[in-house]
Design a protein around this ligand. Structure first.
Ligand code: FAD
Length: 441
């Protein structure tokens, strides 16, 4: 008697896991399919958490993702995968059960980088924001009316949270070591626009500020942040928006190229073993995957964007079902959106390594503009603030490797404003082949 096939196991039951599983079924896979999720929830959407949920416009529980295909899957929710045995082709879960697989899709995403416990991270009143439960707890704490909210980290989540909190009328200070908000993502030239938005909204932005530790009261509640210059900031509620670490801890002993920076894959989304060979039965997609991006000279990137999770999961699923001779490379143009201070922000491409930026439509002063980033005379990214109509055209120019700035008929300015984008030196040298974290940096 032939043994039952073990089937496909997807570890990580969120956006990439769900869309990957759906793509497997749509691609004709009819065998056993298991989705393993550390959280007890069916897949839900994260972008609304730092926007509508914090604002109180949407309940945290109302973020469930639509399931687009009949999955006929076995769901193992609320029990994290804790170990992978590649030789035995099994995944062990926290509840002690062991799942066999023929093929495995790793979609474990990322976790919020916590504030270290040694410097006050375990005090009550310090929050991170990654999951639905975090958003619910944080929203409850906001409704209680904190007197001094401190957000540490002016990346996308920190800025989105600041925007929501000001809409709620809460006092907010946003502290970041960089000279401008969003400096890692957009550079200081564009980040300065967000600094203006923060100011106009009544938030206090503290550039060049290094928080060293948090101090609490006798009850163990945070009361202040101690800064590197010795001064202190009062805070009875803190949001630590410090970026993310990829959820690869469970792969620690699997002899893969995996670390907190991601699980390295080849161009076909196959996980690489520690010796560099591609594993034919293990694929990765979404925030956890570190992959060589063809458009940017094969540089290894972790792209923490919603659109990448969807597209890469579908691509990995396609390759999982294809033969070894039909493994297609993943050629994706990264793209994301954010909304804050009433502005709809969209980015296509990667800004890392940009040495110039040009405002080709609108103006920074009006907070309505389209800017293009260039590197060594080539257009590498385009960013719109409430000016996305021509963004697809610029995306096309980036894909075509157009010169910087690309000359498109949409230019409605007598003069294109060109500048240094203002990335920190470590960020500006990102053209070297090293891992780059793109979102939530
Ligand atoms: C607050 C917030 C706002 C965002 N806003 C935007 C936005 O405006 N635009 C945009 O483009 N992107 C945004 N993003 C990013 C986007 O949500 C992510 O890129 C997307 O969620 C990635 O999906 P994923 O499935 O790869 O990872 P995740 O969504 O992180 O899901 C991974 C899942 O795997 C589970 N898991 C982890 N370890 C294990 C384990 N060992 N065993 C089993 N399960 C495990 C996790 O619990 C989680 O459910 C935002 C993210 C956050 C957190």
């Amino acid at each position: 008697m032939t043994p039952e096939p073990a089937g496909i196991v997807v570890v990580g039951a969120s956006l990439a896991g769900l869309r990957g599983a759906e793509a497997l079924r749509r691609g004709g896979y009819d065998g056993p399919l298991t989705l393993v999720g550390a959280e007890p929830h069916r897949p839900y959407d994260r972008p609304p958490l730092s926007k509508h949920v914090l604002a109180g416009a949407l309940e945290a529980d109302a973020t469930r993702l639509p399931e687009l295909t009949s999955l006929r899957a076995r769901w193992r929710l609320g029990s994290a995968a804790v170990a992978l045995d590649r030789a035995a082709r099994t995944v062990r879960l926290a509840d002690g059960s062991v799942l066999a697989y023929d093929k495995l899709l790793v979609a474990t995403g990322a976790q919020a980088r916590p504030w270290p416990a040694e410097t006050g991270g375990d005090l009550a009143g310090i929050h991170t924001l990654r999951g639905r439960d975090d958003a619910r707890t944080l929203r409850t704490a906001l409704v209680a009316g904190p007197r001094h909210v401190l957000i540490v980290g002016a990346g996308l989540i920190g800025c989105e949270a600041a925007s929501c909190l000001r809409d709620l009328g809460l006092p907010v200070t946003l502290a970041d070591p960089h000279p401008a908000p969003l400096a890692n993502s957009f550079g200081t030239f564009v980040g300065g626009v967000i600094a203006g938005c923060l100011r106009d909204a009544g938030a206090v932005f503290r550039p060049g500020t290094q928080v060293k530790a948090f101090e609490g009261d006798a009850a163990g509640r945070v009361v202040r942040a101690r800064l590197a210059d010795g001064s202190a900031l009062e805070a009875d509620l803190v949001i630590a928006a410090l970026g993310a670490v990829r959820a690869t801890g469970w792969l620690r002993r699997a002899d893969l190229m995996a670390d907190p920076g991601g699980l390295t894959c080849d161009a076909a989304c196959r996980a690489r073993a520690a010796d560099g060979t591609a594993c034919p039965d293990i694929y990765a997609a979404g925030d956890v995957a570190r992959w060589p991006i063809p458009l940017y000279e094969g540089r290894l990137v972790c792209v923490e964007h919603w659109g990448n999770a969807v597209e890469q999961a579908s691509h990995a699923a396609r390759n999982m079902l294809a033969g070894p001779g039909d493994q297609r490379p993943y050629t994706h143009l990264p793209a994301f959106w954010s909304s804050q201070f009433g502005i709809n922000i969209k980015l296509v491409g990667l800004t890392a390594g940009a040495d110039s930026v040009a405002v080709v439509q609108g103006s920074r002063a009006s907070r309505r503009f389209l800017a293009v980033y260039g590197q060594a005379g080539r257009s590498i990214a385009a960013l719109s603030f409430d000016q996305a109509r021509w963004l697809p055209a610029y995306a096309g120019a980036i894909l075509a490797g157009a010169a910087f700035p690309p000359i498109l008929d949409a230019t409605d300015q007598p003069r294109i404003e060109r500048a240094d984008p203002g990335f920190s030196p470590s960020r500006a040298s990102a053209s070297a082949p090293r891992p780059v974290e793109v979102f939530h940096a």
